[in-house]
Design a protein around this ligand. Structure first.
Ligand code: GLU
Length: 589
């Protein structure tokens, strides 16, 4: 009877009487026949069952029938089943991407499943195009899911709006067990309660004496329904906020929280579930093992734990991810949708930031030991790294664009020129047709340019984005080089010694090795009054017009219009001596 008392403590007049009688039976007549007790409990249960049928006349499917459609997954021991559960309420941001990325990695490395479930239960906040943005965002960063929305999968449907019958069946079951009830309170009544609670600095919500509709009799419910009054279904919380529960968070460690005592809404007026209710049911049916989500959900955990308990589910393991932050004017703040374009995942593609660079950065943020591992394992890919919750940051995680750029530079320095070329081609096809055409026309030239110093011990790191490819290589393309003389040579105010340049053109030989070429310049420098080494020049600058470095700089300036370029010898070979002559003329005029 104690059990009965806790769980099914009834409040309606009729039911209360049944319960009191039941208590009397059990306490006074210790030897009361079981039959009597069952009869009385049945009386209460019958009332709840009737209530459930009244509220959900169209829900014929039972919870047992639903559960049978979601058998245990056949996976290896230790496999993680993770999910990405976005709500299509806006654009996809890097925080979403970060969570999805880690979830997918953890599933992959444990031989598990990563699935996509679209949590579209809040139609008021839904935005057109948001779903496509999610799918495009995942695709753009190679975050592939094993099953879910837009794909096959035995544990669907994966769009919550297509699962309403399922949630209602569970709600019906809870009502029929006296664990949930219809609440007819109007929005005004709730708002009044709220302002009173705010005034008295009480916890906000419908609980304890505020939960007046817990007490409605079946007749009262019927009267409301006959009247056409709208209602929500609330959980009849069995909790007590004086009790403490522990969230064993896989990232943050144990967090102590008060037990939930709020009669949380589980089905809204339109019969659509709240996030709290829907995700608990889905995670159970889809056999999620690990939930990774933003740490803004930590305070809701007691509700979720309680929902799992009243529904008789084994809760998943939870890992709450700290939000990504940004540094501005020396201060750390949360990302802002309005102020920070880089918060949207769509920003990266357009900015020409390679997806692999972003993935590498997400991995760097996700596990503190990733960066070192990546630097030491030049030939490995992200998939080879073992991610763990223990190495995840517990507090705000700084998302630093400069750091991202550096990671991209390293990434570009490690892959082949052909790969860069092909990926960049895709980018320019979409964003800059003019340069795309040049890339196609001068493919070999560009690949040779990208190959300069690529295989050296300290490869070039001048490219962080696809955009940089155009900026860095523009001068190898005649069409871009000759656009505007003032623009091309804008940084060059060097005095050019044409005697040296003319002589250089005379001695240039296409077949010279780099050493031969450099020796040739040395001899030329000396002949023309320049020191063949910087050291000699420094010993007595009055003896020379300049040094070999100045000769090279003159050639570089005329050839490229720049003061800083990769290896000059290689550039001369790519651009060619005839073109060098043209450029000298272009500069002169
Ligand atoms: N739909 C929730 C959101 O977009 C997901 C939370 C979760 O992953 O459980 O915030």
């Amino acid at each position: 009877m104690i059990e009965f008392n806790c769980y099914l403590l009834p409040h309606s007049q009729v039911v209360r009487q049944c319960a009191l009688t039941a208590l009397r039976v059990s306490s006074n007549l210790t030897g009361a026949t079981k039959l009597d007790n069952y009869f009385l409990i049945d009386g209460v249960m019958t009332m709840y069952k009737e209530l459930a049928d009244l509220l959900f006349p169209n829900i014929k499917i039972t919870v047992d029938e639903i559960e049978a459609k979601y058998p245990l997954r056949d996976l290896v021991d230790g496999a993680y089943v993770t999910r990405f559960g976005p709500s299509p309420t806006g654009f996809m941001h890097v925080g979403n991407l970060y969570g999805a990325f880690i979830s997918s990695m953890l599933a992959k490395q444990t031989g598990g499943i990563f699935y996509l479930r679209v949590e579209d239960t809040d139609s008021k906040r839904e935005k057109e195009g948001a779903l496509d943005a999610i799918l495009n965002g995942l695709k753009a960063f190679d975050i592939d899911y094993d099953e879910g929305y837009g794909k096959d999968g035995q544990y669907g449907p994966y769009l919550q709006s297509e699962r309403v019958e399922i949630y209602q069946a569970y709600a019906k079951k809870l009502v029929s067990e006296g664990k949930a009830y219809p609440c007819f309170m109007s929005e005004e009544e709730i708002a009044d309660i709220r302002s009173g609670q705010e005034l008295r600095k009480e916890k906000i919500g419908i609980y304890g004496s505020y939960a007046v509709d817990r007490d409605l009799s079946l007749d009262e419910v019927k009267a409301h329904l006959d009247n056409g009054d709208s209602y929500v279904i609330r959980l009849k919380s069995p909790g007590d906020s004086h009790n403490e529960i522990i969230l064993h968070d896989l990232i943050k460690g144990d967090i102590s929280l008060p037990e939930n005592d709020i009669d949380e809404v589980i089905l809204k007026k339109d019969g659509i579930p709240t996030y709290h209710f829907a995700h608990v049911i889905d995670d159970h049916l889809m056999h999620t093992t690990h939930v990774l989500r933003g740490d803004e959900w930590v305070p809701s955990f007691p509700k979720h734990l309680q929902l799992n308990q009243v529904l008789g589910f084994k809760p998943c393991k939870y890992a709450h991810i700290a939000p990504l932050t940004k540094k501005e004017d020396g201060k750390i703040r949360k990302f802002s949708k309005r102020k920070d374009p880089e918060f949207a995942v769509s920003y990266y593609e357009e900015a020409g930031i390679p997806k692999e660079g972003v993935r590498l950065y997400l991995a760097t943020l996700a596990n503190t030991n990733f960066e070192e591992w990546y630097l030491q394992n030049k030939d490995k890919s992200i998939e080879d790294f073992k991610f763990s919750f223990k190495k995840m940051p517990t507090g705000g995680t700084l998302f630093d664009m400069e750091k991202l750029n550096n990671i991209c530079r390293t990434y570009f320095s490690r892959i082949s020129a052909e790969t860069i070329y092909n990926d960049a081609l895709e980018y320019y096809k979409k964003y800059d047709k003019e340069f795309y055409d040049l890339m196609v026309k001068d493919k070999d030239k560009l690949i040779s340019f990208l190959n300069i110093e690529r295989d050296s011990k300290r490869p070039r790191k001048d490219i962080a984005t696809y955009k940089d490819i155009k900026t860095e290589s523009a001068y190898i393309f005649n069409d871009l080089f000759y656009k505007d003389r003032n623009e091309t040579y804008k940084d060059i105010d060097e005095k050019i010694d044409y005697d040296v340049i003319n002589k250089y053109i005379e001695i240039y030989r296409d077949f010279d090795s780099e050493d031969e070429w450099y020796n040739g310049i040395k001899i030329l420098a000396e002949e023309m009054g320049y020191a063949p080494s910087v050291k000699m020049y420094k010993e007595d600058p009055t003896l020379y017009k300049g040094h070999i470095g100045d000769v090279c700089e003159m050639i570089r300036h005329l050839l490229t219009g720049r003061v800083k370029t990769p290896n000059l010898y290689q550039l001369l070979r790519i651009i060619g001596i005839d073109e060098f002559k043209n450029r000298v003329e272009f500069y002169k005029n």
